[in-house]
Design a protein around this ligand. Sequence first.
Ligand SMILES: [Zn+2]
Length: 233
Amino acid sequence: MKTIDKLRDLQNLDLIIHQLHQRLHEIPVFCARLLEDFKRQEEKMAGLEKESRKLQVAQKETELEIAGNEEEIKKLSRKIPEVKTNKEYSALLSEIEGLKKKISEAEDQAIGFMDRVTAIKTSIKEEGKVIAAERKLIEEQTRKLSSEEASLKERLAEEEKKRPVLAEEAISRETLAVYVRILESKGNRKAVVEVVNDSCSGCHFRLPTTTIDQLRKGTELVFCEGCSRILYF
Ligand SMILES: [Zn+2]
């Protein structure tokens, strides 16, 4: 088997190993993103609950205010028979009228609070359903991802076992070092590339006839003059 073919086999294996590593790196990131979405929804829910409590307190306070004013009206009404002058009488009545007006305003306010509490409670119920569904989905996805992670790790261990057989045991140290150096310098994880229409498929450099002739002979490794990758037909 020619060195170039051995290098191609090694590159195929390295590509698989690289992809497995990549996916293994993605899984925890994806899991974290799922949890973050879920946390955001829970925060929204907590906000609604807080708002609901605030409104209920305001409603209660308004009701207490109404009760206090009603009590005050009763007290003032009891004084009516004791009143001596017309002036005192009309002052008392106008005080009572003022309190009644306050009560009526507070009652409108209380109704407003009640309506808002009802609306928020509906939102909380809806949001609760969304969160429950989301939680189920996240648990399911997390389970799937962790089982995928386990099988990827298993596969990676298997593939990595093959590497010494295809690398150190098959290819000379010098050639291997060249291959690794090119691979590390190229982001697309390819050190060995095909020649297509007399051009390097790695960088599209049009190869001179001498390079093509050298490749045809097939006796030694031939490098692209554009990108330094190892070439094959
Ligand atoms: Zn090239």
